[in-house]
Design a protein around this ligand. Sequence first.
Ligand code: SDX
Length: 439
Amino acid sequence: MEKKNTPVPQTATLTYNGRSIELPVVVGTEGEVGFDVSNLYAKTGHLVYDPGMANTAVCKSDISYIDGENGILRYRGIPIEKLSATHDFIETAMLLMNGKLPTVEERLNFGMLLTENANIHESMKHHFDSFPPKAHPMAILSAMVNSLFCYDRQFQRMIDKDPTLAIDTAAANLMSKVRTLAAYSHRAAQGLPYMFPDPSLRYCSNFLHMMFSEPYRQYIPENEIDEALNLILTLHADHEQNCSTTTVRIVGSAQANLYASVSAGICALWGPLHGGANVAVIDMLESIHRGGLSPQECIEKAKDKNEPFRLMGFGHRVYKKYDPRARLLKTCCDRVFKRLKVQDPLLDIARKLEELALKDSYFIERKLYPNVDFYSGIILRAIGIPTNMFTVIFAIGRMPGWIAQWKELYNDQNSRLTRPRQIYIGAPLTQYQPLTKRK
Ligand code: SDX
């Protein structure tokens, strides 16, 4: 990447088959350069080919910034290490969605909106009965978030009249209800009564109350537990154009509503290569703990090309250094375990795996480091969150990022329907004899 503020040529020359064209250049705040190929097909009849879009900037954005080479993550320019030490998840969400940190009054007003929107419509509770008891909570969450649109009819009316108000109201609705839906999916699976949200509790404590309270004994987590979950949600809040956020943008580019777009993002996040990795990490650590594999054997298996096995929670498309979020979560593990006075053999196994991998040439050459999913599950386990809910927690954290990115797309006058092309490698023009002559 060019160094920030170094002058760069404003065009790039592409030469092919005896012809040259000039491509405009887009330069980002930190010096990242993009060759603008938005008119390439019109000018040349040719396409760029980039499976997985690893080399493609699909948009300009001012929400998050990642410097993968240096392990940097900033939300609206603020380093995640500083922000997570001084502001909570709701203030972080408001920074991402509104472009600035809230004033005290704005924070209070949004807190009231979250309280007002915490309860789901009574008829929605019956939807949970239609899922089988072992239904995956991510399938339930995606379906229920999509259904929320049916109950937010004002969204459609308002978006025509006052888009900003409509989107901000829907944002509060989504951020508040996603907790309730997640908690209720857990209660329904356990055959437990639903717990109404408690307006006196902070965002994370209210979620844990809805998850774990009993009819005659309210569960109110200790401060350190509330703060640990708050940190996890803050660190998951946005991450530029990751798979699920790009999904939200693609669906939003078709002018589908915010709820439908976020529901699609939840489905993308579910995949084990993406948000589902936090579950896969625990499965991997548990299999080692059960005596399946030693940590070293796990490392060897992850390196073996004949094995589909990967060291889950390791590696990243963008970070080629330690994921800054993983570093913060690793420290958080110690705080939570110290407060709860618990030990978890999985944490010791995770540390051993990290130690072995970080000095192994296979991982060093490929710049594979722990990512956000490597330690998050261990903390969630200590808090008592069931493993199959880990990616649901990721979705609760990512909600403000999806909303912020959808808003940015919605307000971008230059946004277009996302419709990529392909390189066709199938059959040439083919003649054929129909099996039977039409009557
Ligand atoms: C998240 O994009 C985001 O920002 C996502 C996220 C967010 O906040 O939204 O950060 C959240 O999804 C984190 C990633 C969680 N996934 C995992 O932990 C699953 C395990 N990791 C990998 O599958 C992999 O690292 C990916 C999917 C994360 C990234 O894969 P890439 O960029 O497509 O890289 P690749 O598969 O081409 O790997 C390059 C090389 C290959 O070896 P060679 O072919 O060069 O010999 O590295 C190897 C891979 O085999 N490799 C691994 C590995 N990850 C990559 N080998 C063993 N174990 C791994 N974990």
